[in-house]
Ligand binder design. Structure first.
Ligand code: HEC
Length: 113
């Protein structure tokens, strides 16, 4: 679908979506969310995982280079981590493959919340 779009249409779509606010989700499992928050802010020194916040920012908002994580659907985040790990997402996995391949299922579930 993107192939058919003209540059002006791509810019207009980007402008439109960049005005949309992020949404936070209701968290049912607070203990699991705490695991995710720990990994996001501090990483895991025992398995060599850097803090997600060190690249994605304290709030997980987008930067010039990185896509927004805050408010992203949890299934989407978990699927991307799996795809980075398995190298199924292979257009841009240089950095995230190294990180995703070290995360446990518990840690992925936590950071995805
Ligand atoms: C060293 C910097 C760095 C760290 C640390 C890092 N990321 Fe990333 N992240 C990136 C880059 C760069 C990309 C773009 C894909 C790539 O080049 O690997 C990315 C992409 C992503 C994406 C895909 C976003 C999308 O919209 O498709 C997700 C999800 C993600 N990171 C989650 C995490 C989580 C969770 C952590 C912590 C466990 C983390 N990242 C730690 C640099 C980092």
């Amino acid at each position: 679908m993107a192939k058919e779009l003209k540059d002006e249409q791509i810019e207009a779509l980007a402008d439109y979506f960049s005005t949309k606010p992020g949404h936070s989700h209701r968290v049912r499992d607070k203990a699991l969310a705490a695991v995710g928050e720990y990994i996001f802010l501090k990483g895991n020194q025992f398995s060599g995982i850097p803090a997600c916040a060190s690249c994605h920012g304290e709030q997980g908002l987008c930067t010039e280079q990185l896509l927004r994580l805050a408010g992203q659907h949890k299934r989407y985040v978990a699927d991307q981590m799996e795809a980075f790990d398995q190298r199924v997402r292979n257009n841009d996995n240089a950095i995230m493959h190294a990180i995703a391949s070290k995360l446990t299922e518990l840690e992925i579930a936590g950071v995805s919340l």
